[in-house]
Ligand binder design. Structure first.
Ligand code: FDA
Length: 394
């Protein structure tokens, strides 16, 4: 084999985590990816502006079989470190809401920054490269690659699995990291689509509400999120539902509170004293989007005026609107899920270096791991922190 095909480190996947790792790994580094451009998910993220981190990126915002695993990397490479990097590259940014930081111009600024960092570190990038067989011998890892029709074999002392999860196969997600992890004896926990819209059958009657958005608190599996809720043709979406979807399981209900804050009964009672002659549908339309108010009035048979509602009836109505229990039929699946929940079991990895405990030289980073963040820049922060932890340890 020619000398040129021996590297110190081979990184599989030129996404957020792989590029970050390449920027910090010393020695001869090669990054390979089957896509025609690096960081494709960065490019489309945050509506094209990339929600690149969150000011409140604490371990509590991550789901994992071992909630302690992410702590070390998040503590050693923080959101403030990434913000500092972004500033050093002169990339303008702003906070949108809830600590979510976005580029002012374009997500392409983040990709350019990572490529500049990677190039400054001397790492090579091969795109349109298919990954074939991977084996491990005394001289390190041997990986067969198909680069634009040419079959090549690369040997590297260190191999980094950074090919992400299963979400959005159309964008090149393959689940390769899970297969390779299992090949090397690492466990992979059950994977499922997360940060994903939930679907409902016809009987839910959501179709006429498609397009209606309202602030709500949506809860599932013991976690609740107060953000926007959006009715769609197929069910429910919006940040509050995407967040709750990570905690929802098939067959379980979700609970929707359409008046978060807990004062709906008091509000309705107070309004009865001044607006008693108003129809209930009109009263609800003062508190909720008109189409939703009319729909709810119909669902609850509210044809009367506010004055006709007793305290008990108002209390029942407030209860129904603040604890609306709904059973999703399913989710939109990996086709639209922002991330994959579950993945390479962290029990087999060192939390400081992301290295497999039983396979020296094998590292796994980013979404491929059983570490999944909330919506709002947390998943990129995990990609940066875990990529940095592996890169600096290599
Ligand atoms: P990532 O998926 O980024 O990279 C994996 C790379 O491996 C890809 O380049 C892929 O082509 C390559 N690859 C996969 N299989 C391969 C194979 N078999 N052979 C060769 N290469 C292969 N997060 C956030 O924090 N803020 C946000 O604004 C958003 N927005 C957002 C929008 C949308 C539409 C999606 C789908 C996701 C987000 N996310 C997000 C989530 C975020 O994009 C995600 O968590 C990170 O990109 C994960 O980074 P990784 O590097 O681990 O995987």
């Amino acid at each position: 084999m020619s000398d040129g095909l021996t590297y110190d480190t081979l990184i599989l996947g030129a996404g957020a985590a792989g590029l970050m790792c390449a920027a910090h790994a010393g020695g001869r580094v090669l990054v390979v990816d089957h896509a025609k451009a690096p960081g494709e998910k960065i490019r489309i993220s945050g509506g094209g502006r990339c929600n690149f981190t969150n000011m409140y990126a604490d371990p509590e915002a991550f789901l994992s079989g071992n909630p302690h695993f992410c702590k070390s990397a998040l503590k050693r490479y923080t959101q403030w470190d990434f913000i500092d990097l972004v500033q050093r590259h002169g990339i303008p940014w702003h906070e949108k809401t809830l600590g979510q930081l976005f580029c002012d111009r374009s997500a392409k600024d983040i990709i350019r920054m990572l490529l500049d960092e990677m190039e400054a570190a001397g790492a090579e990038l091969w795109l349109r490269t298919e990954i074939g067989e991977v084996s491990h011998g005394p001289d390190g890892f041997r990986v067969t690659l198909d680069r634009e029709g040419r079959r090549l074999e690369v040997t590297a002392r260190t191999l980094v699995l950074a090919t992400g999860g299963k979400s959005i196969p159309k964008m090149g997600a393959t689940g390769l990291a899970y297969r390779l992890a299992e090949q090397f004896g690492l466990k992979v926990t059950e994977t499922r689509p997360a940060l994903v819209p939930l679907t409902f059958g016809e009987e839910a009657g959501f179709k006429p509400l498609a397009g209606v958005a309202t602030p709500a608190r949506v809860s599932a599996g013991g976690a609740g999120f107060e953000e926007a809720l959006l009715f769609t043709h197929r069910g429910l979406s919006g940040p509050a539902v995407l967040q709750a979807s990570s905690y929802w399981r098939e067959g379980q209900p979700i609970t929707v509170d359409l008046a978060p804050g807990g004062a709906l009964f008091d509000t309705l009672k107070a309004r009865r004293a001044t607006d008693g002659r108003k129809a209930m549908a009109t009263v609800l339309a003062d508190l909720l989007p008109a189409r939703l108010a009319a729909d709810l009035a119909k669902r609850h048979g509210l044809t009367c005026n506010l004055a006709d509602m007793s305290d008990a009836a108002l209390r029942d109505l407030a209860g129904a609107l603040t604890a609306w229990e709904l059973k999703p039929a399913g989710s939109e699946g990996y086709r639209t899920a922002e991330v994959t929940l579950g993945g390479i079991d962290t029990a087999g990895l060192d939390s400081r270096t992301m290295e497999a405990k039983a396979v020296p030289g094998l590292h796994a980073i980013g979404e491929a791991l059983d570490v999944t963040g909330w919506l709002g820049g947390y998943n990129f922060q995990w990609a940066w922190s875990s990529g940095w932890a592996a890169g600096t340890a290599i």
